[in-house]
Design a protein around this ligand. Structure first.
Ligand SMILES: [Zn+2]
Length: 153
């Protein structure tokens, strides 16, 4: 179950239509549960967010590739934006290919997080036209007392 607040918001950026944007494949991927971005054919740079022109060498020869699911936390914070009663855990995650991106952490509390903890992508999709993706800590398990314990580094 996705733990994302589903606030009613107008879709101001209808980018998912092929006629309106060159990054419509990003939205197609989200609908299929895949987080895609573009990789440059010339210099092999992985763009994030997806771009139809390489941000490193400006080539327009890019390939669509799924981003690695695994990574590690390099920064984290609580976000009270939109819901002060239930803040969200927001992290900067370095994926296994070195790309850095923001992501939500689900299934953990702020006190469970620390730098370098490994995460894996859990959910990807669209909620009312808005992209989302979530991560959870790798190696989470329940102790005998029912308390959640996390991986050791
Ligand atoms: Zn390039």
């Amino acid at each position: 179950m996705v733990e994302i607040a589903t606030r009613k918001q107008p879709n101001r950026y209808p980018w998912e239509n092929k006629k309106q944007s060159g990054i419509y494949r990003f939205f197609d991927g989200l609908e299929k549960g895949k987080l895609l971005s573009t990789k440059c054919k010339r210099c092999h740079h992985f763009n994030w967010p997806p771009m139809i022109v390489c941000t490193k060498c400006l080539s327009d020869q890019v390939l669509w590739r799924e981003l690695p699911k695994g990574g590690q936390i390099i920064a984290y914070s609580l976000s009270y934006i939109g819901n002060s009663q239930h803040p969200e855990l927001i992290c900067t995650i370095e994926l296994s290919n070195g790309l850095r991106m923001l992501g939500r952490i689900i299934g953990s509390k702020y006190k469970d997080l620390s730098y370098g903890l490994k995460v894996t992508r859990k959910n990807v999709g669209l909620v009312e036209g808005r992209p989302f993706w979530t991560y959870e800590l790798v190696g989470r398990s329940k102790s005998k007392e029912g308390k959640t314990v996390t991986q050791s580094r």
